[in-house]
Design a binder for this molecule. Sequence first.
Ligand SMILES: Nc1ncnc2c1ncn2[C@@H]1O[C@H](COP(=O)(O)OP(=O)(O)OP(=O)(O)O)[C@@H](O)[C@H]1O
Ligand SMILES: [Mg+2]
Length: 282
Amino acid sequence: MPIQAQFKPTAVPGIPQPPERIKKIRWKIAVMSGKGGVGKTTVAVNIAAELSRRGYSVGIFDSDITGPNVPKALGMLKVPIYASGDSIIPAEGPNGIKVISMGLMIREGDPVIWRGPLKNKFIQEVLNSVEWGDLDWLVVDLPPGTGDEPLSVMQLIPLDGVVIVTTPQEVALMDVRRAVHMARKMDVKVLGIVENMSYLRCPNGDIVRIFGSNGGKKLAEEENVPFLAEVPMDPEVAKLTDLGIPVALNRPDSEVGKAFQEIVDKILEQLGAAHGKDGEQS
Ligand SMILES: Nc1ncnc2c1ncn2[C@@H]1O[C@H](COP(=O)(O)OP(=O)(O)OP(=O)(O)O)[C@@H](O)[C@H]1O
Ligand SMILES: [Mg+2]
């Protein structure tokens, strides 16, 4: 039997059941990719922003411990996290989005130099201690790759699914395929693939596909998972993200804003949540 066929990540002994506080959140999804810098954090933050725009209560858990970018992307670098008794209270960002991130617990620029076991312990402790309150959605932003943090998150949170982000290049797709396979091996549903930085729209309306064409769509077909949307490369997105302003909230009518609406529509559809927060047609 080929060695790959035998490989199945197994639960680390001693890892407890999902914390009660997590179990009561209605929908829990994670955003991952085998590759760095493809836009996971941008996608996670904007999915959360779009869900909050539709009236859902939303939390984001930034599980990227050594490169926590969610607070910056939500303009929250100076927002503190408080403790109450033995609970951690999430910080509140735009539209009431609740955020837990290592980036809110350390000073800007301070490095976190931790090995895998400590990262796992941190994720476990945080998930046990955070009082999220009544949340409809928890969106988890994962660091690049298929290492410690994705494994811990998939073991500790009963995820409803993962969104996988890629860019169109071959090299990205190769790594992203690993993320699809990891989710499968962990029995987590792949909600679909987002192709980020798919094209650049010129001022005259023409489209330039800088990194190639349809890589994300082809991967989705080959892996038999849904294709969620193409998100164009837009200098405005990079600028607004640096300023901590999520495009989905502030430019919902832009091409990128609409792409995030398409992504969220498809996620809601797949999770049977398409009828809105209170069961009404959204
Ligand atoms: N569609 C887009 N158009 C323009 N810029 C984008 C787009 N998506 C992401 N970016 C920019 O690309 C950079 C990387 O994005 P992001 O931090 O979301 O990637 P990531 O996959 O989370 O990275 P990491 O692997 O380091 O966690 C950021 O500066 C972000 O603003
Ligand atoms: Mg990131």
